[in-house]
Design a protein around this ligand. Structure first.
Ligand SMILES: *Cc1c(COP(=O)(O)O)cnc(C)c1O
Length: 430
């Protein structure tokens, strides 16, 4: 996926003539087809439900696309809950998986009827007290700690702040059961950007086994089991996408081996994927402002870390296409940079690309998840617009670019007139 653009060079050039760079553009057709592939792969399950993790791309149009495809929203904050609500996604179509959760967020999640996924055993009394009683359905997030090794990005489970220990899982469900909760969920998220499908299967097996044990010991049944997010995407051309069909077949075998004999069938099988849902279908389009030759060769873009943090944050690889130069030899070594006063504001380091000149259009691939949403406003840089490339080829702007006024909206210039400049000298008398 990483190398292939779903748009022609001419289409990109036309787009750039109509919309100011930089912008992210999302491929609606690709998103919908992928969503349908996932649902089809799990059609064996009594109920299969994907909660798109909102944080990866919190745009109402994308949430609505997923909702139209039969998916819900995984929310982790007040704003994400409110965004889902405003998109008409409510009730158990929302999974609320948060941590260090404020009381008002629990109250709001409960009011919306969301599936509340508790991060800690102490949150049982906290939720009960802050929201006037426990909801009918409660989910528990499990952290296996030393029982499982983590993957590179999310780290060792023992070092992860999330979830209940194994002992707390049993104790937690016992408390919930004794308090009258009758519907239960079980959740874990064990990886991030993991391209080995087996890792996801292992998480499913781990959760199935745990559910069977808990059920046997406490005499409770489960409504849903949620394997979390974490399926990776092939950012690098040499990587391979996880095959939903393969993962599904293995999870199905585990379901039949563990869940059915334990008497837990029928079960709702849930996921909260994000990267694998939108990542490959987003593209950051930017223009080359400068070519600089010093100790290295630099391509200076009109995009910066405000638009995409991943390369600077994780050293992540994002494939880069220079529009109109696909047939030129990639024999020039460049660092591709943004304009922040931060030397790690680079989209690529030591990348071989075709010869680039100012004015060239650059497309950075796989920006559909954890791209725009992760952006920040350091140096007063504004986050870009987001465009949706509709299935019929039309373009819809689904978020406008930020303006300087947006950035200054929280500042108080009006108060400056009355501001006592003497306060600067308070320290001198002390
Ligand atoms: C971030 C997150 C996800 C989505 O993760 P991806 O790696 O993008 O699939 C799902 N669930 C929770 C709780 C998360 O924090």
């Amino acid at each position: 996926m990483a190398e292939i653009l779903p748009f022609t060079d001419d289409e990109i050039i036309k787009l750039v003539s109509r919309y100011e760079t930089p912008f992210h553009v999302y491929d609606e057709k690709g998103i919908r087809e992928n969503a349908r592939r996932l649902i089809k792969a799990f059609s064996w399950a009594p109920v299969f439900y994907e909660y798109f993790a909102v944080k990866a791309n919190p745009n109402p149009y994308l949430l609505t696309i997923f909702n139209q495809e039969g998916m819900g929203a995984d929310c982790s904050s007040m704003a994400e809950l409110e965004l889902a609500r405003r998109c008409g996604i409510t009730g158990e179509d929302i999974m609320f998986t948060s941590n260090a959760t404020p009381a008002d967020e629990y109250r709001f999640a409960k009011k919306l009827g969301a599936v509340i996924n508790l991060d800690d055993i102490s949150h049982i009394p906290f939720l009960e007290e802050c929201s006037g009683g426990l909801p009918g359905l409660v989910s528990v997030r499990y952290n296996p700690g030393p029982l499982r090794t983590g993957n590179a990005i999310i780290g060792n489970p023992k070092e992860a702040k999330y979830g209940f220990t194994r002992e707390q899982v049993f104790e937690g469900y016992r408390i919930l059961r004794d308090k009258g909760v009758r519907r239960f969920g079980l959740h874990a998220m064990m990886a991030s950007n993991e391209l080995n499908g087996q890792y996801y299967v292992d998480t499913a097996v781990m959760l199935f086994e745990l559910a069977a044990e808990v059920s046997k010991e406490l005499g409770i049944r489960f409504d849903l089991i949620n394997f979390g997010g974490g399926i990776g995407i092939p950012y690098h051309p040499e990587q391979k996408a996880v095959d939903f069909e393969d993962v599904s077949a293995d999870i199905r075998a585990a379901y039949e081996k563990i869940i059915v004999p334990a008497g837990l069938h029928p079960l709702k099988i849930c996921m909260e994927l994000a990267r694998a849902m939108t990542g490959p279908y987003g593209f950051l389009v930017s223009k080359v402002l400068h070519i600089k030759k010093t100790y290295k060769n630099y391509v200076g873009l009109d995009a910066c870390m405000a638009n995409l943090m991943r390369p600077a944050l994780y050293g992540a690889y994002h494939h880069i296409t220079v529009i109109g130069k696909g047939n030129d030899p990639a024999d020039q070594l460049y660092d591709v940079t943004g304009s922040l006063c931060e030397n790690n504001d680079k989209f690529a380091i030591d990348r071989y690309l075709p010869q680039i000149v100012p004015g060239d259009i650059i497309v950075i691939h796989d920006t559909g998840a954890h791209g725009h949403s992760m952006g920040f406003n350091y140096n007063g840089k504004q986050r870009s617009a987001e465009l949706l490339w509709r299935e019929d080829g039309s373009i819809l702007q689904i978020r406008r670019a930020e303006t300087v006024d947006d950035l200054f909206a929280t500042l108080d210039f009006g108060g400056l007139g009355k501001f006592d400049r003497q306060t600067h000298h308070l320290g001198e008398d002390a």
